[in-house]
Design a protein around this ligand. Structure first.
Ligand code: NOJ
Length: 734
């Protein structure tokens, strides 16, 4: 519809109808859908429901077409409804969880995954996805690290903008066929809850917020995402849904966002719980003044905005502004021409879980696995070897992570099924996934971790017999699907005792242990590192995950993932991440000389496995860093170069990473920050020059006066295969 026509339509709307656009009802008001938050008694009348501009979590082409038809018939101006849902790492063809996608260091992989998710969800009638989540995540206790792409602002920014492009396409005028509008979340700082407990208070300095947390959101805004979701947390003691500075000044004025701001589930109502509003009425007022356009799943707007305007407490212009933005979004989706958009039962059949989608998910999964250890080249397994595949994940179907709420696990093959043609691979469960008494988590589609073994000793004995009679053991360990994700924080990051016992006992009968780790977060895997010869982190790899594992375990595909988030030594270290500040007393490793330095008495400062780390089936050598000059003018660039050689016997891919350290600045700078990386594939014996261009922009930061500038002085450039590389050169910025 042309803007003038849309304006005409808009002018016909009553205030009540405009407010209706700002209300999002959960699917259960239409007797449908998953519940992804507390079900409030919203006290809505039938009229409120009939005027609500959007609904979340209802899916299915025919179902949504019927809902849309009935809704539009009733609506006084026949304005279509928006259908939103959490399409995170896939709709029905599930890709690896976002944290795993981060480990691919491959934005194109994330873009393709998002494009496939969009195609399937669009066919099922969805218009908007609540993705990407660009929350910087450095605390493994927080369950939602699984939904992030990790601890690095630069990598997160690349991944978030790639996902926006994948969902929305590159045509900035419309959301074309087969695409969804993307909703960036959770703005802002949601990934830094105190003590890793979901929804908890966030304390970030203004500088840390700007340096580390805002950049990825900004990249997604620059990529054109249509919506932004406010976060549940406070920042500087102000909940985001009431933070005018954050929403109007930073998001709109500074970042230039002109789309729709939606609250998270019931977040406006929760301003009362936060203790900054006396009731829903005050909460609605704070949120609308702050700039929240849509109230998700709370009664605040619906029950109060009308009287707030009539009583002169909220200017009507704010309602106009918000309702207009929502109509513009509906128009961008083409809903005034075709209110069903791409909903089509025939397309659902043709596109969902198509061979092409499954093949892409399989390739993506293989590219996200991270090989942490591979002593004596235990991996890949050879065809003639007799393998005992043991553990709670050996025959488990829940491989998609807790945010794949529309997935049907019955289409996911288990590892046992994926290996079914291979008589040399035999199976035993060995133990349950959780210890007796561990909490079971009902969430989303109510996938609940299985019950403990009734006869744990018999299960263990059977597994040990198999282990003893095998050349190698593949031990599949990890946390259940629903132990990460929303409201799934953990204070202990160790594997359940039953799994640790299985590991210990297996190691007694067979030293050749390959552990495959299924998890939604970095875990404390010290015993695994000690007892297993090889460790492959599979995360939650999605619909085709087990098949992708057979590809990597057998060497058909070499692993190439790198950790997007450090694995802590133990939980006491969290949050642990590579881009730390030096402190005035950095520890150099010697307890006698560094008595009064920043350290623990009982554990190392370093994580068990650092950011950027990951092996493959070959080895690489990286030459010393060379720079084309020692001094850089601000208007100039510097070329940093290494030669990478494949020194092993098979083809492999290395991710060469560049980190920069600003040695002396007006505020303390991280010991290193990743500014670029390149994935390089080399055949055995092959070598290649890898060149990076360092620009002045890469050296900018928020200085003592909060100006985003670079400062003259000395910089170190590190280039290597992970964030701990000491391969460096030095230059000066004039
Ligand atoms: C709450 C979650 O925080 C958010 O990420 C999600 O999109 C909404 N619920 C809707 O399900």
């Amino acid at each position: 519809m042309k803007t003038e026509e849309l304006k005409k339509l808009f002018d016909q709307l009553s205030l009540k109808e405009k407010i209706g656009q700002m209300v999002q009802i959960p699917g259960y008001f239409l007797s449908e859908g998953n519940i992804t938050g507390p079900a409030l008694d919203m006290g809505l009348t039938q009229e409120d429901i009939d005027l609500a501009g959007s609904v979340l979590s209802v899916i299915g082409a025919d179902r949504l077409k019927a809902i849309q038809t009935a809704y539009m018939e009733k609506h006084p101006h026949h304005i279509p409804m928006l259908f939103m849902a959490d399409i995170i790492n896939g709709y029905r063809t599930v890709f690896p969880i976002p944290l795993a996608q981060g480990c691919s260091f491959d934005p194109a992989l994330a873009e393709n995954g998002a494009a496939i998710a969009a195609e399937e969800a669009a066919a099922a009638g969805i218009h908007v996805t609540f993705s990407p989540m660009a929350d910087l995540s450095r605390d493994a206790r927080w369950g939602r690290v699984m939904e992030s792409t990790g601890e690095d602002p630069y990598l997160n920014g690349l991944m978030a903008s790639a996902m926006v492009q994948g969902y929305q396409g590159m045509d900035h005028e419309t959301i074309p066929e087969g695409k969804l509008a993307a909703c960036l979340k959770h703005y802002a700082g949601y990934g830094a809850p105190t003590a890793g407990r979901d929804y908890n208070t966030v304390e970030l300095s203004a500088r840390t917020l700007r340096e580390d947390y805002l950049p990825a959101y900004q990249r997604a805004v620059e990529a054109g995402c249509d919506l932004v979701m406010t976060s549940f947390n406070t920042l500087d003691r102000i909940p985001s849904s009431a933070n005018r500075w954050l929403l109007r000044e930073v998001l709109r004025d500074e970042m230039g966002f002109d789309g729709v701001v939606i609250s998270d589930w019931a977040a406006i109502h929760e301003l009362v719980e936060h203790g900054i509003a006396a009731d829903d009425r005050e909460a609605a007022k704070l949120a609308v003044l702050a700039g929240v356009d849509i109230d998700m799943a709370s009664p605040a707007y619906c029950r109060n905005l009308l009287s707030l305007v009539k009583d002169g407490e909220v200017p009507e212009s704010l309602i106009d502004e918000a309702a207009w933005r929502i109509l513009v979004l509906k128009n961008r989706l083409g809903l005034f021409e075709n209110p069903y958009k791409d909903a089509s039962a025939a397309d659902e059949t043709a596109k969902i879980l198509s061979d092409a989608h499954r093949a892409a998910a399989r390739k993506a999964a293989a590219d996200t696995f991270v090989l942490l250890k591979n002593d004596n080249a235990l991996l890949p397994i050879r065809q003639e070897e007799r393998i005992g595949c043991i553990g709670p994940y050996a025959d488990r179907r829940q491989l998609s992570g807790s945010w794949s709420i529309f997935a049907d696990d019955s289409v996911t093959e288990t590892l046992r099924e994926a290996f079914s043609g291979d008589a040399n691979v035999r199976f035993a469960k060995g133990c349950s996934i959780l210890d007796p008494g561990a909490p079971r988590v009902p969430f989303g589609a109510q996938k609940i971790a299985d019950e403990p073994e009734t006869d744990a000793d018999a299960a263990l004995e059977e597994a040990l017999r198999l282990a003893a009679d095998s050349d190698k053991v593949i031990l599949t360990l990890g946390e259940p699907n629903d132990y990460s994700g929303e409201a799934a924080s953990r204070a202990n990051l160790t594997l359940p005792e039953c799994q640790q016992r299985l590991l210990r006992e297996t190691a007694k009968v067979n030293p050749n242990i390959v552990v495959i780790l299924f998890c939604g977060r970095p875990l404390d895997i010290r015993p695994v590192k000690e007892l297993a010869g090889a460790i492959l982190v599979a995360w939650f790899p999605g619909t085709e995950g087990a098949l992708a594992l057979t590809d990597v375990l057998t060497g058909k595909t070499a692993p190439s993932g790198k950790l997007a988030m450090s694995f802590p030594y133990c939980v006491g270290q969290t949050p642990v991440f590579y881009a730390q500040l030096s402190t005035g007393r950095p520890f150099h490793g010697d307890f006698r000389t560094d008595r009064f330095h920043s350290k623990y008495l009982d554990i190392p400062n370093e994580p068990l496995y650092p950011f950027g780390y990951g092996l493959t089936y070959t080895s690489f050598e990286c030459s010393a860093v060379t720079l084309n000059k020692a001094v850089m003018e601000k208007s100039d660039t510097i070329h940093a170069c290494v030669t990478l050689a494949n020194t092993g016997s098979v083809k492999g891919t290395e991710t060469v990473q560049l980190y920069i350290h600003d040695c002396a600045a007006s505020v303390a700078r991280p010991v290193r920050e990743m500014k670029a990386f390149k994935k390089v594939t080399l055949s055995p014996g092959e070598s290649k020059n890898v060149e990076f261009v360092i620009t002045e922009e890469m050296l900018r930061f928020h200085d003592i006066g909060m100006n985003f500038v670079s400062e003259p002085g000395r910089f170190e450039v590190f280039i290597g295969s992970d964030s701990t590389t000491e391969n460096k050169a030095v230059f000066e910025l004039k």
